[in-house]
Design a protein around this ligand. Structure first.
Ligand code: GDP
Length: 198
């Protein structure tokens, strides 16, 4: 439980929300971003990784769901990107947050990698695939976190894991559950590896 990364992540505190690139904090320390379809379990995963129950609740408060939310630890940050895939969002709003996400992902020199949160029962949605394709062409690294694994039996969970590994051989993939904490240490190890990169 208390490996050095879990100690680091437990320090995470809300720093700021940004609606535009000029609202981003200075790019002066390594960052790991979290992305995923709305309702995939991103907030729950962030809370589980930081050992906190309500850390990511801030990202869910009305008015902040379309913003990029920054959380700070000593010498590192976690960046919660707005959930994508709201079916009923007007095209103008969607274009706005796509632009915001793209400007962060494309220009952030201190971005080490992106944890892409997917529901284990519905991995690699069209949006996930778009994000991966687009990220690949921009040279970004991903860790695919298949959450809500507690909702699948062992066999189907393993089969889903292998299918995603096969479809995305360039990236690390794992099963995860915020409910029973399966995979927390594995995800923390990936984050630690990214944060320690020069
Ligand atoms: P977000 O919109 O991606 O931030 O998703 P949330 O973290 O709010 O989770 C969406 C729903 O899925 C909530 O009802 C959570 O309680 C549930 N959920 C999230 N993670 C898990 C998990 O690992 N296991 C189970 N069983 N439910 C989960």
């Amino acid at each position: 439980m208390s490996n050095p990364t879990s100690v680091l992540l437990a320090q995470a505190q809300f720093l700021t929300s940004a609606a535009q690139p000029r609202g981003f904090p200075p790019a002066d320390c390594p960052e790991v971003a979290f992305a995923g379809r709305s309702n995939a379990g991103k907030s729950s995963a962030l809370n589980a990784l930081c050992g906190r129950r309500k850390l990511a609740r801030i990202s869910k408060t009305p008015g902040r769901t379309q913003l990029i939310n920054f959380f700070e630890m000593e010498g590192a940050r976690l960046v919660d990107l707005p959930g994508y895939g709201y079916a009923r969002v007007p095209p103008k709003v969607r274009a706005q947050w796509q632009g915001l996400i793209e400007s962060y992902l494309q220009k952030r020199k201190t971005l080490r990698g992106i944890v892409l949160i997917m529901d284990s029962r519905h991995p690699l949605t069209e949006f996930d695939q778009q994000m991966l394709e687009w990220g690949k062409s921009s040279g970004l690294d991903f860790h695919l976190l298949m959450t809500k694994a507690d909702k699948l039996n062992r066999g189907p969970a393993q089969a889903a894991l292998l299918a995603v590994r096969k479809a995305q051989p360039d990236y690390s993939v794992q099963l995860f559950s915020a409910t029973n904490r399966q995979g927390v240490e594995e995800a923390q190890a990936k984050i630690a590896q990214w944060l320690s990169q020069k």
